[in-house]
Write a new protein. Structure first.
Lengths: 253, 271
């Protein structure tokens, strides 16, 4: 692992993450049997990310309102603003930006929390008490993240559409009726499902990287800091790569 | 368990060899822990005392030699059997290793919740009894960051005995404690050993303290047991390594200087 061949290191890491995912999935079912831990994590990663998700959603929606109006009025079709904003948010911006915010807000705290547990011997202590830390600590946090991501995305989408409406209808004078009715007729379940599928995949990727980096952090202050950085970087890269792959796949099908 | 004789051994280590990246931590270590006794494992920092505990608990495997705990070999057990073995052993970590997201009560209740399905009132009584034993029943509702170092270690001790283990392992229980807390921990180790009959292994380098309560002590040096016996026997040993450690001499067989190039070359040579 001395970094002789960077490409080899990348593949080795993918392998280690995959093995960890396998071990993690095996512990997810028993973890569901203890819903109290899972609910606590859903609260931690979900409810506590709500404010930032809603705030960002609002501003992204407002920017979409401005930019969309500027673009569409050149073709005299500003009444399609509702469709443009809704499709952009539901299929693309909602899942991606939510995932990036999740990595920065929830992912980093997952990594540093688990990393500190490692550094203070809490994980070793569990092992010695015959409790599997992957089941007790890692699995509920991972599952919580996977469950929360689509919910956060849906909230981001809704607030974003509201923001676009605020600017488009309220400020720029797009007619309210056509804003909503065109959106209703043009956006189908297929678009919503695409966004949902993306957010699920991003949820798995971001949560997995966060718990993996935390669990394997060097048990020092510096190590935990480095692990947190790696979480943000790898989550962002994975999100954007998977976004392209999924978009292409949905276009084909 | 009922027919335990004083001579029966709980832990047996035979010709243990263990290396970390080429460096031999243990090389021919022999060690016996008898049932019902307090066995001290002493040695200077870096002699692998904590590593020995990890080996006993099956967290790492020896290169060669044999370790048996309750007649089973932790290195050869599968995960299920290893976890079953660990449930019979309590371990006190150097820094307590309390769960930071749980309060004092839930920390002590942790092993019970993980391994038993006791009704809540019974579980509550058990936990409070163990907290009473370490004098912290009144601290049950505190969060762990409100505890002093000595209190945290006592909570960890309550957690270590909550499953009524047959063997208790203490990793450096005296480090960083004020004299009062140290006295408290020392008395607790002795009380738990004499009243509950728990076999105890205490890993430490505090010669004075442990000599007051240990039945039998091992001094580790150079990967093996340099000396073994009662504290008095150890004190009477003439071997230079033992004399240096027991009287805390700065230089001796364990050198004061870390190996370095010749000082005339490094300090008096050309600049």
């Amino acid at each position: 692992m001395g970094g002789r061949n960077p490409l080899l290191d990348v593949f080795a890491k993918i392998g280690r993450v995959a093995l960890f995912l396998g071990r993690l999935l095996g512990q997810c079912v028993p973890s569901i049997a203890h819903p109290r831990l899972l609910i606590a994590q859903i609260y931690n990663t979900g409810a506590r990310s709500l404010i930032i998700i809603m705030l960002c959603g609002l501003f992204v929606g407002m920017v979409l309102g401005l930019q969309g109006y500027d673009l569409l009025q050149r073709f005299g079709s500003e009444s399609a603003l509702g469709v443009a904003a809704a499709l952009g948010l539901v299929k693309e911006l909602g899942p991606v930006i939510t995932a990036l915010l999740f990595a920065g807000r929830a992912g980093t705290s997952l990594t540093s929390e688990i990393g500190l547990m490692r550094a203070t011997d809490q994980l070793t202590a569990m092992e010695m008490m015959a409790v599997d830390p992957v089941r007790r600590v890692v699995a509920p946090r991972f599952l919580g993240g996977v469950i929360v991501m689509p919910m956060l995305t849906a909230i981001f989408d809704a607030v974003g559409i509201f923001g676009a409406q605020l600017i488009g209808v309220g400020l720029l004078g797009v007619e309210s009726g056509s804003f909503w009715s065109q959106m209703q007729s043009a956006v189908g379940m297929r678009d919503v499902n695409e966004g949902l599928a993306k957010s699920l995949v991003f949820g798995v990727a971001c949560s997995l990287m966060a718990v993996y980096e935390g669990y394997h952090a060097e048990p020092t202050a510096e190590g935990v800091g480095l692990a947190t950085t790696r979480t943000v970087v790898s989550s962002a890269v994975l999100t954007l790569v998977f976004d392209y792959v999924l978009t292409a796949a949905f276009m084909n099908s | 368990m009922g027919s335990a004789t004083p001579e029966e051994s709980v832990v047996e280590v035979r010709e243990l060899r263990y290396t970390i990246s080429g460096r031999a931590i243990f090389d021919g270590l022999n060690l016996t822990v008898r049932r019902g006794e307090i066995t001290a494992v002493m040695g200077p920092s870096g002699t692998g005392k904590t590593t020995l505990l990890r080996l006993l608990m099956g967290a790492v495997r020896p290169d060669s030699g044999e370790i048996s705990v309750f007649g089973q070999q932790p290195a050869r057990l599968g995960r299920t059997n290893l976890f079953a073995l660990r449930q019979r052993v309590g371990m006190l970590f150097q820094n307590g290793a309390l769960m930071s997201d749980l309060d004092v009560f839930e920390n002590v209740a942790f092993p019970l919740r993980a391994h038993t399905r006791l009704p809540e009132p019974l579980l509550r009584r058990l936990v409070l009894m163990k907290l009473q034993a370490v004098g912290l029943r009144g601290a049950a509702e505190l969060s762990t960051d409100a505890l002093s170092g000595g209190m945290a270690r006592r909570v960890a001790l309550a957690r270590a005995i909550v499953m009524d283990p047959e063997l208790l392992i203490y990793d450096e229980p005296f480090v960083g404690l004020d004299p009062i807390s140290l006295g408290v921990i020392l008395r607790l180790i002795q009380t738990l050993n004499s009243t509950l009959g728990i076999t105890s292994i205490v890993v430490t380098h505090d010669v004075e303290e442990i000599s007051r309560i240990a039945h039998r002590s091992y001094l580790l040096a150079n990967g093996r047991a340099a000396a073994a016996g009662s504290p008095a026997e150890l004190r009477a040993t003439a071997a230079p390594v033992v004399r240096q450690f027991m009287s805390g001499l700065p230089d001796g067989p364990m050198p004061f200087h870390v190996p370095a190039p010749d000082y005339r070359e490094q300090l008096l040579g050309d600049f």
